[in-house]
Write a protein that binds this ligand. Sequence first.
Ligand code: NAG
Ligand code: NAG
Ligand code: NAG
Ligand code: NAG
Ligand code: NAG
Ligand code: NAG
Ligand code: NAG
Ligand code: NAG
Ligand code: ZN
Length: 488
Amino acid sequence: MRLLFNKSSLILMFGLFLEVFSKLEFEYHSNKEMENILRRFEVSGKQKLKTKLYSIGYSSSTDEPFPLWVLELTAAPENVTGIPNVKLLGNMHGNEAGGRELLLHFIEHLIDSYGKVKLVSWLLNNTRIHIIPSINPDGFSNAGNSCNGMKGREVPTKKIDLNRNFPDFFHPNPDLVQAKESKAVMKWMEETKFILSAALHEGAMVANYPYDSINPNGDNDDDSEYLTPDDDVFKHLARTYANSHPVMSTNKGCPSDVKEFKGGITNGADWYSFDGGMGDYNYNYHGCMELTLELSCCKFPPNLTNLWNENKKPLLLYCLQAHRGVTGVILDSETKKPIKTKLKISDREAYFGNDRKSGEFWRILLPGQYVLEVEAPGYYAHFENFTVEDFKKFPKLTNLTIFLTNSSLPTTTTTTSSTTVIHTTNTTTSVSALIFPNITSRFTDNDDDKDYEYGFPSISELTSGFLKNSCANLALLLSVISFLVVIS
Ligand SMILES: *[C@@H]1O[C@H](CO)[C@@H](O)[C@H](O)[C@H]1NC(C)=O
Ligand SMILES: *[C@@H]1O[C@H](CO)[C@@H](O)[C@H](O)[C@H]1NC(C)=O
Ligand SMILES: *[C@@H]1O[C@H](CO)[C@@H](O)[C@H](O)[C@H]1NC(C)=O
Ligand SMILES: *[C@@H]1O[C@H](CO)[C@@H](O)[C@H](O)[C@H]1NC(C)=O
Ligand SMILES: *[C@@H]1O[C@H](CO)[C@@H](O)[C@H](O)[C@H]1NC(C)=O
Ligand SMILES: *[C@@H]1O[C@H](CO)[C@@H](O)[C@H](O)[C@H]1NC(C)=O
Ligand SMILES: *[C@@H]1O[C@H](CO)[C@@H](O)[C@H](O)[C@H]1NC(C)=O
Ligand SMILES: *[C@@H]1O[C@H](CO)[C@@H](O)[C@H](O)[C@H]1NC(C)=O
Ligand SMILES: [Zn+2]
């Protein structure tokens, strides 16, 4: 191949080379810079992974509406079942900017470590991670760089606090005026079935779990605990984060704290309650478990290196929690086609749904015996017993078939009333889940696998018994030179 480049195009190419392959600095970036970084990551990520930059809508600004960019990272093939969607979202309060930089570093780390750090490779082979560094770019533009204060917190044009701007299941507000940003999140969640999520904030140091709303059945004490039916799971998720963070679980608190956060975790309503929060919306309307992670006393943490060092491991371990519990596909018994159903784990008064296209469902659960209740109009209710086992295997896909009320049921059916027939299988389905032993170690910062795997199953244990994914290695042959030739 003959290279016909003049000197200036070589310099340009070298510049692009540096742009594409240099390490991300630990400093704050403007919205436009953030966009360029994400584009760069989409390109560099494609060398090993499937990265996709997409926008879920635009910010509210009328002068300069900014795209709400999401970078999706995975090594899993498209259109296969068994791959959960996880999302991480930053900068909801525009003046809380640490999380937005942290997420850019997390993306860089995932890309760099794929193929080098086994746990990262496993995670990306088996998970789709959607990262939105800033859901409030307008607020960010409007913010200063103050550790305290409120300037830039809201969406400026509308004076809307996004974390008060979602439909509230317990206290419906017919007058709710929503910002484009919150509507974009809702539309996004309609389209993509997420099972685990985190919203990154600053201004405190604590892992906050739902509910944030005031207990509708409680006395009118604003600030008392209001726990979800999945409180065991939420506490586990919050502890996973706090205990793997070097200071969160032992933090003596921030100057502004009115309460002590035992172990670095808190129920939202117990801290202070409010309606219209995004965490409650995720759980109540989409069955997605979301924590609000408060990562620094200062809303604009000056030392981003330190913020990254503290949160790298917790973020990774948090994403891995998507692989606990139960998953399956719900199919019509005759057509074997997926059907949309309403689901519930018995004794937990919380409904969740399955994916309308694939029929797939997910629920994060700790080890134990459970009954899954499946309901769909025109079908017999179905009760499926299963066990989440306390050993190191990943969930198996269990295809549940449910029966139309006009179809003939198998003989193991028991009739309990004239209108509802409950189909109970006579076998107990065993659904294995990955169980991480409790994290008790303090964080020591290095990139070595041993550190990541401390207290975790070995890789052979991780991979045994799980769906092997047959992801073809994409674009490995795309060399630096051919890449530059293409774009120059
Ligand atoms: C995945 O499914 C979508 C929509 O159903 C389709 O457009 C796309 O081509 C599929 N991709 C692959 C690799 O099959
Ligand atoms: C991830 O998937 C790739 C491609 O299928 C495979 O070569 C690699 O061993 C997998 N890594 C892990 C840790 O599972
Ligand atoms: C930032 O934090 C790191 C440790 O995480 C420390 O090594 C470094 O000195 C700090 N930088 C400044 C400017 O304080
Ligand atoms: C479950 O159903 C899916 C989708 O129809 C199918 O691809 C998969 O092979 C089935 N799994 C089992 C274990 O039957
Ligand atoms: C049962 O109902 C479905 C839809 O309501 C219909 O398509 C199917 O033909 C019916 N099957 C029988 C055996 O009547
Ligand atoms: C359970 O069902 C299977 C077939 O589905 C049957 O062979 C077996 O006898 C049943 N066991 C009991 C205890 O009913
Ligand atoms: C399913 O679980 C319920 C409640 O734990 C129990 O009462 C029932 O006997 C179980 N059914 C089977 C078939 O194991
Ligand atoms: C793990 O943590 C749970 C609470 O989160 C506790 O009940 C259990 O005893 C712990 N197990 C071990 C082995 O430390
Ligand atoms: Zn906040």
